[in-house]
Write a protein that binds this ligand. Structure first.
Ligand SMILES: [Zn+2]
Ligand SMILES: [Zn+2]
Length: 164
C-alpha cells in the first residue's frame, strides 16, 4: 500500500491528515492563533470556504463573504506560508505571517499582522494590518516547505516588487 506522503500546504512538515485536516473536519480546535493561521492558509489552498467563514470573528462576517472568498480562491495559486512571529495572549493574539502566491508568473507576498480573538476556547480571525513584503533571502529555507534553500528552489521565479 502506498503511503500518503503529500505534505500539508501550511508547511508544518506533517501530512494533511495529521495536520490541518483534523481541524477542518472539526475533530479538534486549533490550540492557538498561529495554528489558526496555518489552518486558514490550507483552507485557502483547498478552497474550504466553510472553514474560512467559520473562523472569522462573528462581528466581522458580512453577507457576500463566501462569494468574495471563492473569487479570490479561484484566481490564486498559493506557493507557501511563513510565520514570522506569534505574540500569544490569553484572549487576544497577533500573528505576523507571509502568504506567498503566484501572480502573473511572479512571486507575490501577502505580509500581514493578523489579530485573533479567543471566544469560548476557539480562535477567530478579527482583522489584519498589511505590512510591506519581506526580502527573499537566498540562503534561507524556501517558503514552499520543500526543505531546500530558496536559491535552489523558487528563486527561479522572479519576485514581484510591490510598491507600498
Ligand atoms: Zn497543516
Ligand atoms: Zn520553493
Amino acid at each position: 500500500m502506498a503511503k500518503i506522503t503529500y505534505k500539508c500546504p501550511c508547511t508544518s512538515g506533517k501530512i494533511y491528515p495529521d495536520c490541518c485536516e483534523l481541524v477542518h473536519k472539526g475533530k479538534t480546535d486549533t490550540p492557538d492563533a498561529e495554528y489558526t493561521v496555518r489552518a486558514r492558509y490550507t483552507a485557502y489552498c483547498y478552497g474550504n470556504i466553510g472553514y474560512l467563514v467559520d473562523t472569522m470573528h462573528p462581528r466581522k462576517r458580512r453577507i457576500g463573504d463566501s462569494f468574495s472568498l471563492s473569487k479570490l480562491i479561484k484566481k490564486t495559486r498559493w506557493l507557501g506560508l511563513k510565520i514570522v512571529c506569534h505574540d500569544a495572549g490569553d484572549e487576544v493574539s497577533y500573528v505576523d505571517f507571509v502568504a506567498y502566491r503566484l501572480e502573473n508568473g511572479l512571486i507575490a507576498q501577502q505580509h500581514e499582522r493578523s489579530k485573533f480573538v479567543l471566544i469560548e476556547g476557539k480562535w477567530f480571525y478579527f482583522d489584519g494590518e498589511e505590512l510591506p513584503p519581506l526580502k527573499l533571502e537566498r540562503n534561507e529555507l524556501c517558503f514552499c516547505g520543500s526543505g531546500k534553500k530558496f536559491k535552489k528552489c523558487h528563486e527561479t521565479l522572479p519576485a514581484k516588487i510591490e510598491a507600498m
